[in-house]
Design a protein. Sequence first.
Length: 195
Amino acid sequence: MAEIKSSIELAMEKAEKLGKASEEELIKWKYLPEGKRLAVDYLKGKCNLMAELAKYHDIAKDHIAKGAQEVFLREIGLPQDNEAKSKNKKAMEGIGLLKKDKVALENVYTKMRRIFKYYEEEGGDQRKQAYEMFKRDFQSKFQQAVQKMGISMRVAIDVEKHPQFQEEWRKVKTQLDSQYHNAINECKQEIMNIP
């Protein structure tokens, strides 16, 4: 009869097969989170990123920079309001401190700024038009549904406050914004490849 092993025994066997972590992996595990913490502090205006980086040796700096870059890239998004614009600017400045190839980075930033500008200007007009069309269509369908039930409407209903309207509009807006998210994500990929 085969011996039944406990989950602890199975985990121990797996750990033995994997072997010990290399020194490089240990350094990465230690300093990647440190980079993330420093990036958060930088975004909050609580630290001088370059002064903090100067305190570490080169191998640690590389991992700290990668951790910080992850946070900065995650912060960059659509400029939906002034707070988002401010976050984008601060995150982009943080990445700028970490990258050596400033020309390549500025080329990607130029693309990103065009996407942001287009989102705000042309995209804003597109969203307004789509919203008005969606509202008219929803209002029409709502009135048809009420008529089918045989209810006479003497009072106009504000469909914009209807939970189903709001939920459906969020879905439509997400679809409209997805093209911009995709373009920004492509730029983020390019940034990750810049030394």
